[in-house]
Design a protein around this ligand. Structure first.
Ligand SMILES: [Zn+2]
Length: 298
């Protein structure tokens, strides 16, 4: 997810490109609240990763997936429950089998409605995308542990990571292509997105997220599709890991001193902007600092 966008969060299907045979990404084109979307095929079935926000975006994604699939069975999964990733799933009902990990299904159930209402408050373009036809998605299949999805000659791993950006994050691995879809656990050229909205949602954990990124960065993925931003190599994961580490260290070092939280926020914000002058999403630094202050000594 992203903050206070002014642009219509439209998915541009025409920009779809192949990362490998039968492995497509529909890039976000740098538009806030548009995710990178994946379409992954085997001989028997095709998996869509994330829907884009709302009915018409998801209809276009589904149309592209059907065109690619040419009769192969369709599956859908979502990286986490946030609206731009999952709130087009209703369009796939009856067309694709929608699979999610248990913790994400719980996020949808517990927080989905609240996020729908929060996002509708972000202004006209987003509210229009999330009109009355859009409700909280209902998965067809909920799994525990790592789910191996056999697409025919290609097995994709749907791997829950444990709490990080949300409680129910999962990453999607395409081992034969060395590819990883991270959802919002990783962004390129962007400050880490901390959906820290007390008292409504405090499930993001900077500490656990860093642990997740340490594992992902060590796992040898060669092609990384972040939730938002440019597709890249393993450096995408290392950069997020290093950024979460610096955010934690700079926050905690000041928390150990007598500084107040507003002072900590101001100092860390200035420091990180100086270090990453070209990164987007500066509004998330403050939320990251607040989250890590709450986790300090916990
Ligand atoms: Zn998100």
């Amino acid at each position: 997810m992203n903050h206070a966008p002014l642009r219509d969060p439209v998915v541009h299907i025409a920009g779809a490109r192949a990362l490998a045979p039968d492995l497509l990404v529909v890039p976000d084109r740098g538009i806030p609240l548009v995710p990178n979307i994946g379409i992954i095929g085997g001989t028997q079935a095709v998996l869509v990763v994330d829907t884009g926000m709302g009915t018409s975006n998801a209809e276009e994604v589904l149309a592209l997936a059907r065109e690619v699939a040419r009769g192969r069975r369709l599956y859908l999964t979502t990286t986490h429950f946030h609206p731009e990733h999952a709130f087009g799933a209703h369009v796939f009902a009856g067309q694709a089998t929608y699979l999610v990990n248990r913790a994400q299904a719980q996020d949808l159930q517990v927080k989905g409605q609240g996020y729908l209402e929060m996002f509708r408050g972000f202004g006209v373009p987003v509210a229009d995308r999330l009109d009355g036809a859009v409700g909280v998605p209902t998965p067809d299949v909920v799994y525990d542990g790592v789910h191996e999805l056999d697409l025919g000659g290609r097995t994709v791993l749907l791997r829950p990571t444990g709490q990080g950006h949300t409680k129910g994050d999962q990453v999607i691995e395409v081992p034969d292509a060395g590819a990883l879809f991270t959802g919002d656990l990783a962004e390129t050229a962007h400050f880490a997105i901390f959906p820290w909205f007390p008292p409504h949602d405090t499930d993001v954990s900077g500490v656990r997220w860093l642990a997740v990124m340490e594992q992902l960065a060590a796992a040898g993925h060669t092609t990384v599709v972040p939730g938002h931003g440019e597709v890249g190599g393993p450096q995408v994961l290392a950069d997020v890991r290093d950024h979460l580490r610096e955010l934690r260290e700079e926050t905690w070092r000041r928390r150990d001193s007598a500084l107040s939280e507003p002072e900590i926020t101001a100092e860390v914000r200035a420091l990180l902007i100086e270090r990453h002058p070209l990164w987007a999403g500066r509004e998330w630094i403050e939320k990251g600092v607040s989250c890590l202050c709450a986790e300090h000594g916990a």
